[in-house]
Design a protein around this ligand. Sequence first.
Ligand SMILES: [Zn+2]
Length: 353
Amino acid sequence: MNKYAVLYSEKIKEYKLEHVLTADRYQNFMDLYQEKLGSRKDFEIIVPDSATNDDLKLIHTEEYIQRIEQMRSLDPYDTPLSNGLVRAARLLAGAGKLAGELVCSGQYRKAFVVGGGVQHANRNQEKGFGVFSDIGICAENLKLKFGFNKILIVDTDAHAGEGLYEIFAGDPKVLLISIHQDPETLYPGKGFIHEIGSDEGVGYSVNIPLPPKSGDRVYKLVLEKIVVPLAEEFHPQIILMVDGSDPHYTDRLTRMGLTLRGIRMIGQIISAQAEKLCDGKLVDFIGSGYSSDSRIIPMGWLASISGVSGVDLAVTEPDPVPTEFKSDHGLEETQKIIELIRKQLAYYWKCFS
Ligand SMILES: [Zn+2]
């Protein structure tokens, strides 16, 4: 039987995260999780420990860790450090590390990190309410502990993962593909198609900016034309997904057009690649979502679990999807973006030449 680990600690609810990271998101998700998956024997909740300083040092500098512990914010307007935020960051970092180990040791087929997916923090700078890089620590630990040298990160969060880019731009062991809303129109203002890595890592970072309101069909096309061929050629030993609910059309911070069905579809396509290329090994970080409709955040996370695991959870849109998000909005522009990206990367990847 395939087993799935869901990494979650009740402690995260105690931390006051401020800003748009509403605390009720975790309880809302766990309520829905219990309703839909609570009785299944193939899903298991695993309570992670907080990351130790040695764990954090896999990515972050000692100086940075000390500054964070002293809560000396460099940019309090962007990321005001608080006891709650720092404790939560340590917990998520510990969860990310453990999730990778649970999958790679063969105990679980796949793992889901509830609340995870820190994209903006880099090695020595907190950003966008991200403090410690849970994904970075997960990847670096797998390199060290399991000798992995091919890790694929697929980041479909609506914001560009510029912190992850800064961490892995020079590293050819990590192929980072980020699909996000055009950074001309959204925080953090980075993630353009010319950002393709540096030094030895040139060609191992792929930024795919999409026009606002891009919906399910646009994402499907990008996955088919860029992500799948790259994954097949790279042939990863594990796939890490940065996922969540913020590309949903109801999100109030972003302006993408995915439906819950689209979020599920992304999980299905990436999971099929994991099955084909790396014995199913996949860790899914599900944490984003700022919808004005509080039902959407947990439903998006569950849609992702449904897609990745292949378990049909009947996650249906609570309200009818407006016509504009059923159209092919942005499809033509995206086709041009895809061609540009394929041309730019043709020198590094046979699948595009
Ligand atoms: Zn986001």
